[in-house]
Design a protein around this ligand. Structure first.
Ligand SMILES: Cc1cc2nc3c(=O)[nH]c(=O)nc-3n(C[C@H](O)[C@H](O)[C@H](O)COP(=O)(O)OP(=O)(O)OC[C@H]3O[C@@H](n4cnc5c(N)ncnc54)[C@H](O)[C@@H]3O)c2cc1C
Length: 317
């Protein structure tokens, strides 16, 4: 079976869930090999990668790899592509990995597909394009395909792989050292899951009415173990921080469940959430466009509906 390279996403030595999704996907297409770039590798990380099917783990764990933003990672992958001739390279469709994918495509003279939500035999990708307005099937026709897959688009399945480690030495070029990371500041995070990785997202829009009222959105999210999102109308109004904006100019999410409260469903908002598996809309206007997209809809005032929903969820726990 052909080798498929999977670039590992990791934070403080922890393998992120999207990598397990990529390994699951890679197993259907060939033999997955994980590529670990930067420090933090540990026996736990190895066990996790092997549990989800990594036959090999290429290790490039020097600080050089992560000290110069994304360029060294693209060089590492280019080197592995030339040495191992894999059938494809899979990365997560995160901002950083998409930049790595683009740089890699230039280096190896290949094609790149982004925002992929599924992969079929022959590396035919299901892709959500033009801000999510159109779904297409695409295939890279030149070189080694590079595919950036959206987090949460593949259910994870464990299946043990050998996890054989192979050290890779990379000489990072002078050009790749053009910008050095001089400091890293840990973002203060609450107990909620990361927005782009959460299985459930509860988002509020202009209908929420104020920053204070966002507490009802947060309570519902917390009762469900969900992340909180917001429309641009809500973030522009200063009711919720911009980093939680969902949409064309915000984050793209593909959760199992997306609850949109007081959001009209503008095309730019849909672009960030319409690949969610199930969508519930709460809106007082029965004509709101979000209902065209929703699997379930509640026509009503969110200030009444959301707290009642939270109470019901809490009661059933
Ligand atoms: C270039 C560009 C990029 C953009 N990028 C983004 C983006 O990334 N993300 C994004 O979200 N938008 C984006 N927008 C803005 C987008 O066009 C919409 O303006 C925005 O999504 C509207 O947000 P909203 O649905 O919260 O507000 P509105 O469109 O004003 O809708 C509010 C909704 O709340 C309902 N409502 C009001 N009160 C209640 C209540 N008490 N109970 C229940 N329902 C209630 C109303 O019926 C209405 O449907 C972008 C626009 C442009 C031009």
């Amino acid at each position: 079976m052909s080798e498929i390279l999977v670039l590992v996403e990791h934070v403080e030595g922890q393998v992120k869930k999207v990598t397990l999704e990529l390994l699951t996907l890679a197993r259907k297409l060939g033999t997955p090999s994980a590529v670990w770039a930067g420090p933090g590798y540990s026996p736990d990380a190895k066990a996790r990668l092997a549990e989800y099917g990594a036959e090999k783990i290429y290790l490039a764990d020097s600080a050089d790899i992560s000290d110069y933003v994304v360029a060294p990672k693209a060089e590492l992958l280019a080197q592995l592509v030339s040495e191992k001739s894999p059938a494809a390279v899979l990365v997560a469709a995160t901002a950083e990995a998409k930049e790595i994918a683009g740089r890699l495509a230039i280096k190896i003279d290949s094609g790149v597909l982004t925002d992929v939500v599924g992969l079929q035999d022959g590396l035919v990708a299901d892709q959500s394009i033009f801000g999510g307005g159109v779904n297409v099937q695409s295939r890279v026709t030149k070189g080694t395909p590079i595919v950036a897959v959206r987090p949460n688009s593949t259910p994870v399945e464990a299946a043990a792989g050998a996890g054989a480690e192979e050290q890779v030495s990379v000489t990072v070029s002078a050009a790749a050292k053009g910008a050095k990371v001089v400091d890293r500041v840990k973002e203060e995070k609450g107990a909620r899951p990361e927005l782009t990785e959460a299985a459930i997202v509860v988002s509020g829009g202009r209908g929420v009415g104020s920053a204070e009222n966002f507490s009802i959105i947060e309570k519902l999210a917390d009762s469900l173990g969900a992340a909180v999102g917001a429309s641009r109308a809500a973030t522009d109004a200063g009711w919720y921080p911009h980093q939680f904006q969902v949409g064309q100019t915000g984050k793209t999410v593909s959760p199992q469940l997306y609850i949109a409260a007081g959001i009209s469903g503008a095309i730019q908002h849909r672009a960030g959430m319409q690949t969610a598996k199930t969508i519930i809309a709460i809106n007082k206007d029965p004509e709101a466009p979000i209902f065209e997209l929703a699997d379930f809809g509640v026509v009503g005032d969110l200030h009444q509906v959301v707290p009642q929903l939270t109470d019901e969820v809490v009661k059933r726990k």
